[in-house]
Design a binder for this molecule. Structure first.
Ligand code: FE
Ligand code: FE
Ligand code: ZN
Length: 302
């Protein structure tokens, strides 16, 4: 049996860049990770330091982390779906081009992107804008594949239905530069019943094609199916539940696909928040829910 590829969102600080990200992943006993090349909510980005990148690759090699399984996430303020303000649309296009370059410089090949929100425009117009932008951004030469993320369908978000993702892929010329990232919280919020996950997967396969699925975000949800809220919960502490998530994580058809946790930090004492990932990963490896999860996280980090 193939070894589970599991990790979490980790930080990428300007001081130690990818080295810090790898060390953080190792502290969670993860064998992969996902990072933003700067703060997720803004577009200020430090220059990539080559010697730090080299050091990080050394560290990955020593610890059996395969770079092909590592994921980069584009900042969520990039919105390719709305072009009402042409400056913002062009900014988003340019930023994405630079983000692809940063990934190439870091040797990373998988970049997760939220398709975007159409805001006041019709969905079809939003989809057309995304297609136009991607056709401007993607090049034959790039090694980076952009993974369109399945969304919760909050507000005017595009990509909550597999058909919308498929429509984007259909319109893009360089289809081999596109893949999909499935988020368990988002698909449930979007109305897919993850208790019948085989059916969801069949539908994904029929509409998009399972070969396009290159990353899975593993999150529980604070809200019931169809809520369109996008509020992640810790593994086993939300509406999806531990057993349903374990079935997805260990699904035969999803072997070899990196699984990334984006669950919320835990309230510590007063001002501190603690990352749950070490303990969630341990639970997932044991396939056994830990009812003392929160207490154990708090006592470990305090
Ligand atoms: Fe995301
Ligand atoms: Fe996600
Ligand atoms: Zn989310």
């Amino acid at each position: 049996m193939q070894e589970l590829i599991i990790g979490s969102h980790v930080s990428f600080k300007s001081s130690d860049q990818l080295v810090g990200s790898v060390k953080e992943a190792l502290s969670y006993k993860a064998n992969t990770f996902m990072f933003y090349t700067g703060a997720p909510q803004n577009t200020n980005r430090a220059k990539i330091d080559e010697s730090l990148t080299k050091e990080a690759y050394q560290l990955m090699q020593e610890n059996n982390i395969q770079p092909k399984n590592v994921i980069v996430h584009a900042p969520y303020i990039i919105n390719l779906a709305n072009n009402e303000k042409i400056d913002s649309y062009n900014f988003a296009i340019n930023f994405l081009k630079q983000e692809i370059m940063r990934c190439e410089n870091l040797g990373m090949t998988k970049l997760v992107l939220h398709p975007g929100s159409s805001v006041k425009l019709a969905k079809e117009v939003g989809i057309a804008n995304i297609i136009k932008a991607l056709n401007m951004v993607l090049t034959k030469e790039q090694k980076v594949v952009i993974l369109l993320e399945t969304m919760a369908g909050k507000g005017s978000e595009i990509g909550s239905q597999f058909e919308e993702i498929k429509a984007i892929i259909d319109g893009v010329t360089l289809k081999d530069k596109l893949g999909v990232c499935l988020d368990t919280c988002h698909i449930s919020d979007a109305g897919y019943d993850i208790r019948n996950f085989d059916e969801v997967l069949d539908s994904f396969d029929q509409i998009i094609g399972l070969d396009k699925l290159l990353c899975i975000h593993i999150n529980d949800s604070k809200n019931p199916m169809g809520a369109h809220k996008d509020r992640h919960a810790n593994i086993g502490l939300g509406e999806l539940g531990f057993d349903n998530l374990i079935k997805i994580i260990y699904h035969k058809r999803l072997e070899n696909i990196p699984k990334i946790l984006e669950t919320p930090y835990i309230d510590g004492d007063s001002t501190r928040m603690y990352p749950p990932y070490k303990f969630e990963i341990e639970m997932i490896r044991k396939k056994e829910f830990n009812p003392k999860l929160l207490e154990e996280i708090r006592s470990y980090y305090k």
